[in-house]
Design a binder for this molecule. Structure first.
Ligand SMILES: [Zn+2]
Length: 288
């Protein structure tokens, strides 16, 4: 998704990215003069693999296999922003420019899960990033503008529009909890949890480290504050989440230069921060 120029806003992540940029950048400068570009890329890939192994060793996610229903509790599925503007090749400023395997896998897992939830009449809510042309969402370029089609579910999930178990919620900011606040102060997500007596949510979608993570950490705070009753547990399904890829060597050629956003690392860090706030990360989900 080279065209994507999401920028990170968290200061913690900013610090991390500065040090990561140094690691990748220095290595590139050192070796690029003496060897070919292809060899440099392969060395960088090797270095990336080593860095991922280091992350996994130092920040283990304790991935679990989830069998639903879990502890006989009532579960709801939260689908974050699986819309054309983020997932369908060529659909706007923040859409991928070529097919991305992680996005394809995310949509496939989501469709499969949603069909199983729907068949059991278990509740589903789908967030749809949707903006008005006159109201920008800094620091992002215009995206998912109402009426462009970017703001609609990807073709594989369009069936959710007429699914009686599914609530569609349009939002104009990263965080689905904040986006769910109505003019009168009530909240669509809180009402969905309450009206469906949901004790656990399973969260999937895009981007792992942006809209998914922000929603998850806020939902956990809201639960702890006592305003998400009867919610108890938040699960994030890693295989059904995805984020975009903007490697350093591409990011610095953009005008203006963008923050680098290597897909594997940022996906992992999104899951890590969700877990650090109390979410449970699962890498396999099956329904009884
Ligand atoms: Zn947006």
């Amino acid at each position: 998704m080279h065209a994507c120029i999401h920028r990170l806003t968290s200061s913690t992540q900013f610090t991390l990215w500065i040090s990561l940029a140094r690691v990748w950048g220095d290595a590139g400068l050192m070796v690029f003069g003496s060897i070919g570009r292809q060899e440099w890329r392969s060395k960088m890939a090797e270095k990336g693999d080593r860095f991922m192994a280091h992350l996994e060793a130092e920040l283990p996610l304790g991935m679990e296999a989830l069998v639903l229903p879990f502890e006989d509790k009532r579960v709801g599925l939260v689908i974050v922003d699986e819309v054309n503007g983020f997932c369908t090749v060529g659909n706007g400023n923040l859409a991928p420019t070529e097919s991305v395997e992680a996005v394809t896998e995310m949509v496939k897992h989501t469709d499969h899960l949603a069909k199983q939830f729907s068949a059991r009449t278990w509740p589903i809510i789908a967030f749809l990033d949707t903006h008005q042309e006159h109201k920008p969402e800094p620091p992002y370029p215009p995206h998912c503008i109402e009426g462009t089609g970017e703001e609609n579910l990807v073709p594989e999930l369009l069936w959710l529009e007429s699914d009686p178990n599914t609530t569609l919620m349009r939002k104009d900011c990263i965080n689905g909890f904040v986006g769910g606040i109505r003019d009168d102060g009530s909240n669509i997500v809180i009402d969905w949890i309450k009206n469906n007596k949901i004790q656990q949510i399973l969260v999937v979608g895009i981007c792992t480290d942006i809209c998914v993570m922000d929603f998850v950490v806020t939902a956990l705070s809201a639960r702890n504050h006592g305003i998400m009753k009867p919610l108890e547990d938040v699960f994030v399904f890693s295989e059904a989440c995805a984020t975009y890829h903007l490697p350093l060597d591409v990011a610095k050629t953009l005008k203006p230069p963008a923050f680098p956003h290597p897909q594997d690392i940022t996906h992992y860090m999104g899951l890590y921060f969700a877990k650090s706030r109390g979410a449970r990360i699962v890498n396999k989900v099956s329904l009884l």
